[in-house]
Design a protein around this ligand. Structure first.
Ligand SMILES: C[S@@+](CC[C@H](N)C(=O)[O-])C[C@H]1O[C@@H](n2cnc3c(N)ncnc32)[C@H](O)[C@@H]1O
Length: 284
């Protein structure tokens, strides 16, 4: 099997899933503002049934469950057993979780008012087919709302570390913009085309920008260390460095640390994040 490019993520059941679990609390802090914006756009109502696609450790699922209340229902779907195990930890709230590939999962027909996702829908091999399949689970008139990243060049969690190592590591090669991965929906025309092909109507993309707390600590110095640790553990830099020797890793660490140190923030490194909030409707 060929190794995926550093901008792709495919092993949610393997190393990526493990890394995500280890860094879950900090990743949730990073993604919180984006999830809140998407949930505000989705406006879940008491009593509604919601499918949270690629729910991971369930942060958005629990917020959705609060919004739909005891009369409503939330099902979180994910392919990663490690992340679902985290989601199912006791005391988290009233959500059902299922281990399944959303592209092919057996879903109750026309059962949901809302298909929601926080950064969980950019990894399908055949996105139009996957969205078409999921649309079958939506009631006629039901909403699709998800948040996905815009381009890597607008997102500091990639732009800063990958920019910093330019000149130390050989060029990583231009990522295939349509390959499954965090940036596969950065092109708004592609998203519109895929969703239209999947049978959705009223498709709209709204840009949403937020500062992301990347790394945390009791001092700014500690936050820088933490941000560096995160960049080395999760994301394209971690994959680019996987096969490098310790000397190269040390030089990269120095360069990435300097890039983070230039950013504002007191007890975290504040970096810029750019996403689309995508909304659409199932015409029936
Ligand atoms: C970037 S993480 C986001 C997790 C979570 N939504 C959050 O915001 O914390 C992407 C998630 O999508 C899941 N995923 C990827 N492909 C999937 C698929 N085909 N079906 C279901 N889940 C999938 C991964 O396992 C992972 O948990």
């Amino acid at each position: 099997m060929t190794k995926p490019a550093v901008y792709q993520v495919s092993d949610w059941v393997g190393k990526s899933g493990d890394n995500w679990v280890s860094n879950q609390r900090r990743l949730d802090a990073m993604l919180a503002a984006f999830g809140e914006a998407a949930i505000a756009a989705a406006d879940p109502l008491p009593g509604e049934h919601v499918l949270d696609v690629g729910c991971g450790a369930g942060a958005s699922s629990f917020v959705l469950a609060d919004r739909v209340g005891a009369e409503g229902r939330v099902l979180g779907l994910d392919i990663s057993p490690q992340l679902l195990e985290r989601a199912r930890q006791p005391g988290h709230g009233a959500v059902d979780f299922a281990l399944a590939d959303a592209a092919t999962a057996e879903l109750a027909a026309q059962a949901y008012d809302l298909l929601f996702s926080r950064f969980g829908v950019m990894f399908f091999g055949d996105p139009a087919a996957a969205f078409g399949h999921m649309r079958g689970a939506l009631k006629p008139g039901g909403r699709l709302v998800f948040v996905c990243w815009r381009g890597a060049a607008e997102n500091d969690w990639v732009r800063l570390p990958m920019g910093a190592i330019r000149g130390i590591l050989p060029p990583q090669g231009a990522p295939d913009p349509e390959a499954p991965g965090p940036f596969s929906f950065s092109d708004p025309l592609r998203v519109e085309r895929l969703l239209a092909e999947a049978g959705f109507a009223d498709i709209a993309l709204a840009p949403f920008d937020a500062q992301i707390p990347f790394g945390e600590g009791v001092t700014r110095e500690a936050a820088n260390d933490d941000a560096l640790g995160m960049a080395f553990a999760v994301g394209p830099l971690s994959r680019a460095l996987a096969d490098q020797d310790e000397g190269v890793k040390a030089r990269c660490a120095e360069a990435v640390r300097a890039a983070f140190a230039a950013r504002p923030g007191e007890r975290s490194v504040l970096i810029d994040g750019a996403a689309w909030i995508v909304t659409a409707r199932n015409p029936g």
